[in-house]
Structures are given as structure tokens and as C-alpha cells.
Design a binder for this molecule. Structure first.
Ligand code: ATP
Ligand code: MG
Length: 421
């Protein structure tokens, strides 16, 4: 019988509730991740007490509470300023919008609360003693690396269609398979994703793309991903499988999550959704607009999908111009996409990485701001302030990037004086 190590602060909170006569336990992600030995983000607690009762217990015990989501049962308790959420056991009412229950009803039994949860691995709880309460064989599914709905999958996805993408996200993150009936229901329910708000879809998609094990799921469930992007069948199977293969490439060390996520999303769009489309960049932008992504993601994704088909820099000046113009992060995403997409071979990729690194290490001048002279010096040479200054600086940068001029004050000034003659 596995026992979960419940942190001291959580045990204290549980004790306070229990001493007042209520049940309380940790539930969901913290139990799942503890059993898997993964890092735990937060401890979600659930209780038989109604929100008013939770508030009253903790204010009597001298703690501040915040009615975060009181209507839905959630009260936040501040434990040394750290927020801890406690939610009343509840049953979800009927669903008419494929997303949210029309109403929630509080209940005094844990079993009812656990049975409304999405997957067996997310429907386990544990008490103050750390003993696992597992009513739906979640532990077996954890061991056998399986995402399985609690209850009848079709119904569960009909109630809340977002669960379809949650299933894929958890599988991608944990390296699990979807249980057969769950998998079939995921495929069957995909068209209803059109009813879900784009922001929610994007949030799940980004989580999915960051999953270490997303690639094989793309292969098996590409119609679901295509549907989540608002596409209509037929979907080009070969293209999506190619996209899945690209996704299997590991991203370079040191990338931020955002870089990994946007680069992978671009691979999906470039190879799977819009393969060989002359306007793939525009299509990618439209797709981001429809998903209401943040602006930065939208411009990076549109940029990369457009740029990835353009000529690859062949010389150091070309590479300098690219890094100077786009920034190293975007260029490294492009190099990764060229590699993953099999656009150029390994040795050329290596060469690009080495050259880029050398450009940065030598601190080659690749931007106007790095030139040894600026607008002020040009004015001293007699050039009036205005657009002419910008143009000359731009020309100077070209000469330096092309190794025609060294980035030195005298050399640059002489060049300008020559031009003025
Ligand atoms: P993560 O590490 O991604 O936060 P988590 O399991 O904590 O994983 P949350 O989305 O934070 O996931 O949800 C907390 C718990 O609430 C889940 O473990 C699950 O039991 C339940 N839950 C969340 N969303 C749903 C849903 N749409 N349908 C049913 N149960 C849900
Ligand atoms: Mg969570």
C-alpha cells in the first residue's frame, strides 16, 4: 500500500479541518505526481465542509481566507502567505455547453467528488496519513501508463469536450497511452472541439506541445489536433505523420518553454496542416488569430512558418544579417526546424550552429547599435539629422557585415567622408 509523503503545512491544514469534524484530503495532480515521483506543483485539497464552513473554521483558527471561487466551492487559505486552495466536494450538474456544468452541487461524500473527475489517474485522493484512496484503479493505470476516463468516455467527453485535449496533454506529458475506449471516444468527439473557446484550446495545445512524448500521439491522433485547429477533413495523413516525425527531434538545450512550444507548433503547421502551401505563413498567422494566442506567439509562429521555406544562409555575412535582423532565438528555432524537417543534412546544420556561435562569441557587429559610430558622429561630419543618417548607418552596417570595412571609428568616418565628396 503506497503512502504519500504529505508536507507538514498540508497536514496542519488537514488537522485543523478534521478537528472541526470535517473530512479533508489531497486530490488530483498532487497524488498522481507523488505516486509517479514527479515534482508536485500544488496540493489541491477537497473537503466535506461547505465554503462558509471552511471560511469559518480557518478564521476561527486565525488564518486569512480568500473566497477565490466560492460559488464553485473553492476557498483559498493563506498559510504563511502561501495560498492553498480548499474545495468542497461537489457533483457537477448537467452540461449543455460541452464545457461547463450548468450548476454544481456540493456533497458530503468524497466518492461523488472523485467520480466527476476526468481520468482515473487524476481521481485519487489521500488523507493526512498519506494513504491513497483509489476508487477507480488509478494506481493500476499509473503503473500501466494509461489515461482512462472515469466512467463512460463518450459521456465524459460529451459533458466537457476540453477533456479530449486534456487526455492528450496528460499522455504527452507522462508518456502514457490512451486506453482503448478512451482513445476511440477522443477520436469520435473531436468535431465538438469547435464548441470550445479558442483560449482553452490554445492552453491545452501548448501543454501538449511541451510534453516530452507528444510525437507518437500526433501520429495516432492527428485528426483531433487538426480539428482543434479548426480544420475540416480530409486531413493529409502522410503530412501529419511527417509532422509527427519532425516533432520527435529533441530541441536544443537551454531553450525556454516558449521557444520549444512555438517551434513545435510551427513544425505541426508547416509539415502537417499547411504542407507546401505558398501562403503557409499567412495561414499560420490566421490560425493563431483564431486561437487567440498572445501576440508574441502569433508573430513568432507566422514568422518562422514563412521563413522556414526561404533560402538558407550560405555565407557568414548572410548569417550575420539574419541574426542581426531576427535575433539569435528566432534563428536557432529556424535552424532546428531545418534540421527536424530534413531540409538540410546534419553537417550543414552543424556548420550553421558553429558559425552562429562564432558570430556571437566574436561579438561581430550585426546591428546598427553595435557600429563604432552613431548618429551623433555623423552629424559632426556635417550630415543633417533626418532620414539620411539612418540610411548611412544602414549602408555602413552592410559594409561591416560584408567584411569590406572594419568596425572602427576612423575607417567608418573615412568611408562616410569619401561618400560625401
Ligand atoms: P497539472 O499538473 O497539469 O496542474 P492537475 O491534475 O492538477 O495537473 P488541473 O487541471 O490543475 O490538473 O486539475 C486538477 C484536478 O481537477 C485534476 O486532477 C482532475 O481531478 C480535476 N479536473 C480538472 N479539470 C477537469 C475537467 N475538465 N473534468 C474533470 N475533472 C477535472
Ligand atoms: Mg493543477
Amino acid at each position: 500500500m503506497p503512502v504519500i509523503e504529505v508536507p507538514e503545512k498540508i497536514r496542519c491544514i488537514m488537522e485543523i479541518m478534521e478537528k472541526s469534524g470535517y473530512e479533508i484530503c489531497a486530490v488530483g495532480g498532487c497524488v498522481r505526481d507523488s505516486l509517479l515521483g514527479r515534482t508536485i506543483h500544488d496540493w489541491d485539497l477537497c473537503t466535506s465542509a461547505e465554503p462558509d464552513e471552511t471560511e469559518s473554521v480557518f478564521s476561527k483558527a486565525g488564518f486569512s481566507t480568500i473566497p477565490t471561487g466560492k460559488k464553485h466551492g473553492t476557498i483559498t487559505v493563506l498559510w504563511n502567505r502561501e495560498p492553498i486552495e480548499i474545495t468542497t466536494y461537489r457533483i457537477d450538474g448537467t452540461y449543455t455547453d460541452s464545457r461547463r456544468p450548468d450548476n454544481v452541487t456540493f456533497t458530503r461524500t468524497l466518492e461523488e467528488d472523485l467520480s466527476r473527475r476526468d481520468f482515473t489517474v487524476n481521481a485519487m485522493a489521500c488523507g493526512r496519513d498519506g494513504k491513497v484512496i483509489d476508487l477507480f484503479d488509478g494506481q493500476k493505470d499509473l503503473q500501466e501508463k494509461r489515461i482512462r476516463c472515469v466512467g463512460v468516455p463518450q459521456m465524459r467527453f460529451q459533458e466537457d469536450t476540453l477533456r479530449i485535449l486534456r487526455a492528450l496533454r496528460f499522455a504527452a506529458r507522462l508518456g502514457f497511452q490512451l486506453e482503448e475506449k478512451t482513445a476511440a471516444a477522443v477520436m469520435e468527439g473531436k468535431e465538438r472541439l469547435a464548441l470550445i473557446s479558442p483560449e482553452r484550446i490554445w492552453a491545452e495545445l501548448t501543454g501538449f506541445l511541451l510534453g516530452k512524448y507528444a510525437a507518437p500521439l500526433v501520429k495516432d491522433f492527428y485528426p483531433v489536433l487538426a480539428a482543434s485547429l479548426g480544420m475540416k477533413p480530409p486531413y493529409g495523413k502522410g503530412d501529419w505523420i511527417a509532422a509527427a516525425e519532425c516533432l520527435a527531434f529533441s530541441t536544443p538545450d537551454g531553450w525556454t518553454d516558449w521557444m520549444v512550444m512555438t517551434a513545435r507548433f510551427c513544425l505541426l503547421l508547416w509539415k502537417g496542416a499547411f504542407p507546401g502551401f505558398p501562403d503557409a505563413g499567412e495561414k499560420a498567422r490566421d490560425c493563431c488569430i483564431a486561437l487567440r494566442t498572445d501576440k508574441d506567439s502569433r508573430s513568432r509562429v507566422a514568422f518562422l512558418v514563412e521563413q522556414v521555406e526561404k533560402p538558407i544562409p550560405q555565407t557568414v555575412p548572410e548569417l550575420r544579417r539574419m541574426i542581426g535582423g531576427f535575433g539569435m532565438d528566432a534563428v536557432s528555432q529556424l535552424i532546428f526546424m531545418w534540421e527536424a524537417g530534413g531540409v538540410i543534412d546534419k553537417s550543414e546544420i552543424l556548420h550553421l550552429w558553429e558559425q552562429s556561435e562564432a558570430i556571437l562569441q566574436r561579438e561581430d557587429c550585426i546591428r546598427i547599435g553595435q557600429l563604432a559610430i552613431g548618429g551623433k558622429e555623423l552629424q559632426k561630419l556635417g550630415i543633417p539629422s533626418g532620414p539620411e543618417i539612418g540610411k548611412i548607418l544602414h549602408d555602413l552596417l552592410e559594409e561591416v557585415i560584408n567584411d569590406i570595412l572594419p568596425n572602427e571609428k576612423d575607417a567608418l568616418e573615412n568611408w562616410v567622408l569619401q561618400k560625401l565628396k
